[in-house]
Design a protein around this ligand. Structure first.
Ligand code: PLP
Length: 285
């Protein structure tokens, strides 16, 4: 089935979907993005993702070049045209095309908007969750504003590749005091021996994951205890469970970190339960 991408007002065959060489996303990583889960042809938590998008745009001073309503139509249309049943929709907005110069281009430059969507193997995702994933820790070498969902992801790329080279599926980034910030493309969680969920508070050191936000509602509804505080790698090694959260992985149990088994070395019951119940608190559109 042929894929379609939305590029600046047009739906194009995926292989012909290109941006200009002087797009500032290409030249400077001068742009922001969002990824939403698609489940049963519906977009998950679109409202929250669009709120975060608006915040990211504001922080980097890019103006959304269309109404939110029009953008929503484009997201849904891209999902529809790609026949996505279960997968993701990706949205990227850059400062647009202009002669390469570090400072902002003229205010008449229109930001670029690209939307793609694709199916993911839902059964495969369930199988991965059933088996759990392996994590390797890496130094967090990112900039100081990772709360902005910027397309500038080189440190994440390098950390995730280094993790992959060690046979791990995700990198857990560690700050210079030995505390885990988050995953290379996910938020990081542990479950203590007392059954408390621990995740780092959202300041400028992590991205405020939408999945993380919804999980806070799920945790409250299930009557589970939550501590928003930094945790060290050593603590993670010793606790009962670990998992990551993101739009594309939902809740993914972690069974090993840096070669050490977490808990029994099998996916933990709390992580699996949160994965099962997550969509009760999520919004479908
Ligand atoms: N942290 C980082 C660095 C990410 O890249 C992502 C998702 O891509 C997340 C956290 C999880 O965010 P969300 O739950 O909104 O997908």
């Amino acid at each position: 089935m042929s894929r379609v991408a939305y590029v600046n007002g047009r739906y194009l065959p995926h292989r012909k979907a290109t941006v200009h060489v002087e797009d500032r996303g290409y030249q400077f990583a001068d742009g922001v993005y969002e990824v939403c889960e698609i489940r049963d042809q519906r977009i998950i938590d679109e409202r929250r993702h669009m709120e975060r998008l608006q915040r990211s745009l504001k922080e980097v001073r890019i103006q959304l070049p269309m109404s939110l309503r029009a953008l929503s139509v484009v997201l849904h249309e891209t999902v529809r045209r790609n026949h996505v049943c279960n997968g993701i929709v990706y949205l990227q907005i850059t400062r647009g095309v202009a002669r390469r110069d570090f400072t902002f281009p003229s205010s008449t430059t229109t930001p670029s908007v690209v939307v793609t969507a694709r199916n993911l193997d839902r059964a495969g995702g369930e199988k991965t969750a059933h088996n759990g994933i392996v994590v390797a820790t890496m130094p967090d070498q990112r900039w100081a504003r990772v709360d902005i969902k910027s397309v500038s992801l080189l440190p994440n790329v390098l950390a995730k590749q280094a993790a992959k080279d060690q046979g791990a599926r995700e990198a857990w980034l560690v700050d210079d005091r030995g505390f885990v910030t988050e995953g290379g493309s996910s938020n990081a969680w542990i479950v203590t021996d007392q059954g408390k969920l621990v995740t780092r508070p959202t300041d400028h050191d992590i991205l405020r994951g939408i999945t993380r936000t919804v999980l806070l509602d799920v945790i409250a509804a299930e009557g589970l205890e939550l501590e928003e505080r930094p945790f060290t790698v050593e603590e993670a090694y010793a606790e009962r469970e670990a998992f990551v959260s993101s739009a594309s992985q939902i809740v993914m149990p972690v069974i090993r970190i840096d070669g050490r088994n977490i808990g029994t070395g099998k996916p933990g019951p709390i992580a699996l339960a949160l994965r099962r119940t997550f969509h009760r608190k999520a919004e479908f559109s």
